[in-house]
Design a protein around this ligand. Sequence first.
Ligand SMILES: NC(=O)c1ccc[n+]([C@@H]2O[C@H](COP(=O)([O-])OP(=O)(O)OC[C@H]3O[C@@H](n4cnc5c(N)ncnc54)[C@H](OP(=O)(O)O)[C@@H]3O)[C@@H](O)[C@H]2O)c1
Length: 251
Amino acid sequence: MNNPFTLKGRTILISGASSGIGEATAIVCDQLGATLLLLGRNEVRLEEVKSKLSLGAHKSLVVDLSDFEVLEQVLKPFLESTGAIHGLVNAAGVTSTFPFKLFKPEKLEGLLKINVHAAFYLSKLMLKKMSKSGGSIVFISSIMATHGEKAKTLYAISKGAVSAGVKSMAIELAAKGIRVNSVAPGIVNTPMTASATYKKNEELLKLTLSKYPLGFGEPEDVANACAYLLSDASRWVTGTEMVLDGGYTAQ
Ligand SMILES: NC(=O)c1ccc[n+]([C@@H]2O[C@H](COP(=O)([O-])OP(=O)(O)OC[C@H]3O[C@@H](n4cnc5c(N)ncnc54)[C@H](OP(=O)(O)O)[C@@H]3O)[C@@H](O)[C@H]2O)c1
């Protein structure tokens, strides 16, 4: 039986694979038959993720994505022995939460560097390796790109840039058979949100959860959407954003 959701025979590169959404995406893609190229900064955690995967030809690379020169240098030899790449998931990212009155340009620059510049630069570096028979690039944006929250202005700016960039990139790359999409999650239980203020204060947690009809998400909920966007099941989908938020933005 034809299964358009399969990732058998596909090679997929995932940044931020050492934690949270990137880790879950690696596990789901592995279960769907993909060969994985995993990027992360933390070698120990990256190896831990690899140990959770089947015994495939998976490879990993320890690299800080915010050092663009080093990224370009190390990516080339890492990809040399690999054939065509069919998918890329830009899951590496950082967050920030603080009142706008504390805004400083360098804080925004730090956030943009990893959430925007590194994700788009990595995508550009991968273009030549993308399969001639088509490829899929997935970015992780956030509902903060379209819906405001206190203390999230800088993070929202960075995710707004991701959501917007994806659309023009999709138009430009369609002729090469490369699809480009983003997912926009609400709050997902990952190490990124583990120490959020609302998780430390019972009343605030209750209030925040009340905005989520289906509760907070789990990394797998985002990983499954990424797997769909990487597979042939989404072959007619490009330049779009899939909202994954347990009903947060429906209200
Ligand atoms: N969790 C949520 O509620 C939520 C909601 C919406 C969107 N998102 C987005 O989803 C993405 C993944 O978030 P997450 O929740 O999975 O966070 P996470 O568990 O903290 O994972 C972040 C990942 O990004 C990597 N990373 C960060 N800075 C890096 C750098 N300079 N170079 C290389 N890798 C770097 C980390 O690597 P190390 O392990 O080496 O540090 C880690 O693998 C982010 O873009 C985030 O903004 C998350």
